[in-house]
Design a protein around this ligand. Structure first.
Ligand SMILES: NC(=O)c1ccc[n+]([C@@H]2O[C@H](COP(=O)([O-])OP(=O)(O)OC[C@H]3O[C@@H](n4cnc5c(N)ncnc54)[C@H](OP(=O)(O)O)[C@@H]3O)[C@@H](O)[C@H]2O)c1
Length: 310
């Protein structure tokens, strides 16, 4: 199994290939997904050396955290697993509002602890910024919870660079999670340099661009799920994206690996990135993505991938 990596300045050490569990327990994202399939995905992960699970209150909602709690209990893998979860979404009737207020964050952490059947959360993120709460105050609450031993590290997600700077005014932010993939490299401009200066680890979400960067689509693919609404799956952009993926295919074929492996391996060559959390809808995908650990990209290949997507 791979050498573990340290997440930024935290005391968390993880396998560089983690698992995003957005689809685990979320019928909206995967109509075929029942509780048992969700459990199988987590079970496969933790029984094969994957020790970094990324979840959130809103995945399911609640079900992803609950399933993780159930499987970690069943497998006895809690102490070996690093759990990252997130909160900020509050239901008001049918509506969901974003809330970073101190009391709501305190309650959200308690609720996550219960659903995960644990007495500490390794990494807790504020999932989205709200409009009202001063960011340093919101992160201050997480620091309080860290001092109490309820969480081990502090994260924020989807914050602008300005919001991140405000949140990190006391240096408490350990991890930042934001969208980053070969199709959207905007984080490289301002966020990555800030991460490096402040020893914050950047965890990219949508690393496979929702499957587009695995090379499994072609011009005849019938896309009928939520992806059909995403711009990079539409019209001319989709065709150009397929052409670029074909260039990746050549590199992958030369190495005898899958496209997803070289894509995930490439992210791990970025200075600000310690770990990636590809999502999975089936246990086989978890096992497949773990094969990334066997891939070593040459300097030439790293630059070639950079050039294709520059
Ligand atoms: N902080 C945030 O606001 C935020 C937002 C979004 C996501 N996230 C996190 O980031 C994680 C990753 O994002 P994501 O799951 O939405 O997108 P992703 O990682 O870009 O794509 C995952 C999807 O690609 C397909 N796939 C995965 N491995 C594959 C393989 N080896 N071969 C072929 N297809 C494969 C699967 O879908 P199909 O089988 O249907 O093709 C899977 O659901 C989430 O699970 C979540 O934990 C966080």
């Amino acid at each position: 199994m791979a050498q573990k990596v340290r997440l930024g300045k935290t005391d968390l050490y993880v396998n560089p290939i983690g698992l995003g569990t957005n689809a685990v327990g979320a019928a909206r994202l995967n109509p075929d997904l029942d509780g048992e399939l969700g459990r199988d995905i987590i079970r496969t992960a933790v029984q094969n050396g994957l020790d970094f699970l990324d979840t959130a209150f809103i995945y399911g909602p609640r079900r992803s955290e609950e399933i993780i709690g159930e499987v970690l209990k069943e497998t006895g893998k809690r102490s070996e697993t690093i759990i990252a979860t997130k909160g900020a979404h509050r239901f008001e009737g049918e509506d969901v509002v974003v809330d970073n207020s101190p009391n709501f964050l305190r309650k959200s952490v308690e609720d996550s602890l219960n659903r995960l059947q644990t007495d500490y959360i390794d990494l807790y993120y504020i999932h989205f910024p709200d409009e009202d709460t001063p960011k340093a105050e919101a992160v201050g609450v997480l620091k309080e919870l860290k001092d109490q031993g309820k969480i081990r590290a502090i994260g924020v997600s989807n914050f602008s660079i300005e919001q991140l700077k405000e949140a990190n005014i006391d240096g408490y932010v350990d991890v930042y999670q934001g969208e980053y993939n070969l199709l959207n490299r905007s984080a490289e401009k301002e966020l990555f340099p800030y991460m490096l200066e402040n020893s914050i680890s950047f965890v990219p979400y949508f690393p496979l661009a929702s499957g587009l960067l695995t090379g499994k689509f072609n011009q005849d693919s019938q896309i009928t799920d939520a992806r059909a609404r995403k711009p990079h799956f539409q019209g001319e952009a989709f065709i150009q994206n397929l052409e670029k993926v074909d260039q990746l295919r050549k590199i992958a074929d030369t190495k005898g690996v899958d496209i997803a492996h070289i894509v995930l391996a490439w992210y791990l060559t970025r200075d600000a990135v310690d770990t990636v959390i590809p999502g999975a809808k089936r246990p086989e995908q978890v096992l497949n993505n773990l094969k990334t650990l066997e891939v070593n990209l040459t300097e030439e290949e790293i630059q070639e991938i950079d050039r294709i997507y520059s």
